[in-house]
Design a protein around this ligand. Structure first.
Ligand code: IPE
Ligand code: IPE
Ligand code: MG
Length: 250
């Protein structure tokens, strides 16, 4: 009998009837993957960055406009000192190995979150990456580090309050657009597709405002095992969703 190779070739843009403009991913399951393989959690996170590299490449190949990646939440500081240190080291390693290729591919990197609480070295590397790629016009790659959706909204409220206080705007001028213009993702489309791996079905404080009408997918595969083919399947599933935005279809 003829047997087909299990892994299909990655899909290309023309294979999809509809692609999202903005994909957000909560990379979850590194800890469980490490446990399953009897490895340290640090190695689980390291394996996760291998997945990340492939997913960024494929997103870029497909010509998707924006990709937001949840890498470290404001609540992740509650993990052990060792685990936080391993994650901080991975930030340095990831940018050292990827920045040249990302810049060459015209990817624009934006960090979502408060960089001021990160160690000086990490802060510098992230600022450099943002500066170096700031003029790029390709994929908008948003990496959420020390990010919290509630903190982002509180920041926006504070900035708007300051504008009112200084007399530059009036309270009546504040609408959804003004608020969105004070979020980290200003100028970018809302999230169309939110993917969280590992089977957990929650937002964990990620992009609360931007996900108002996002479609959600929760593949059970752990992040280090999430393949380009799994991603293609998620994108196909997105293409089959009927989005209504509160209206009624004819
Ligand atoms: C997600 O993997 C990565 C980060 C939070 C940085 P986890 O470490 O949360 O993996 P699980 O949930 O313990 O399996
Ligand atoms: C969300 O995952 C944060 C990241 C993936 C960076 P967590 O694993 O930290 O979320 P909870 O604690 O399970 O909600
Ligand atoms: Mg988790």
């Amino acid at each position: 009998m003829w047997t087909f190779a299990k892994r299909k070739a990655p899909m290309t843009r023309g294979d999809f009837k509809k692609l999202p403009r903005h994909v957000a991913i909560i990379m979850d399951g590194n800890g469980r993957w490490a446990k399953k393989h009897k490895l340290s959690v640090a190695l689980g996170h390291r394996q996760g960055t291998e997945t990340l590299r492939e997913i960024i490449r494929h997103t870029d190949d497909l010509g998707i406009e924006a990709l937001s990646i949840y890498a470290f939440s404001t609540e992740n500081w509650n993990r052990s000192k060792e685990e936080v240190a391993a994650l901080m080291q991975l930030i340095l390693d990831f940018f050292a190995s990827e920045i040249d290729e990302l810049d060459a591919k015209n990817v624009r990197i934006l960090i979502l979150g408060d960089k001021s609480d990160l160690p000086a070295k990490q802060r510098e590397v992230l600022l450099q990456a943002e500066e170096r790629t700031g003029g790029n016009t390709g994929l908008k790659l948003n990496i959420a580090l020390n990010y919290g959706g509630r903190a982002e909204l509180a920041n926006a409220a504070r900035e708007l309050a300051m504008l009112v206080q200084s007399g530059r705007i009036t309270p009546a001028m504040i609408d959804e657009k003004t608020l969105a213009d004070h979020l980290y993702t200003r100028g970018q489309p809302d999230v169309d597709l939110m993917i969280r791996t590992s089977g957990e079905m929650r937002l964990s404080n990620f992009l609360l405002y931007q996900c108002a009408y996002a479609e959600f997918l929760f593949p059970t595969v752990l992040w280090p095992d999430f393949s380009v083919q799994d991603y293609d399947e998620a994108l196909i599933a997105y293409g089959g969703r009927e989005r209504r935005f509160g209206g009624r279809l004819k």
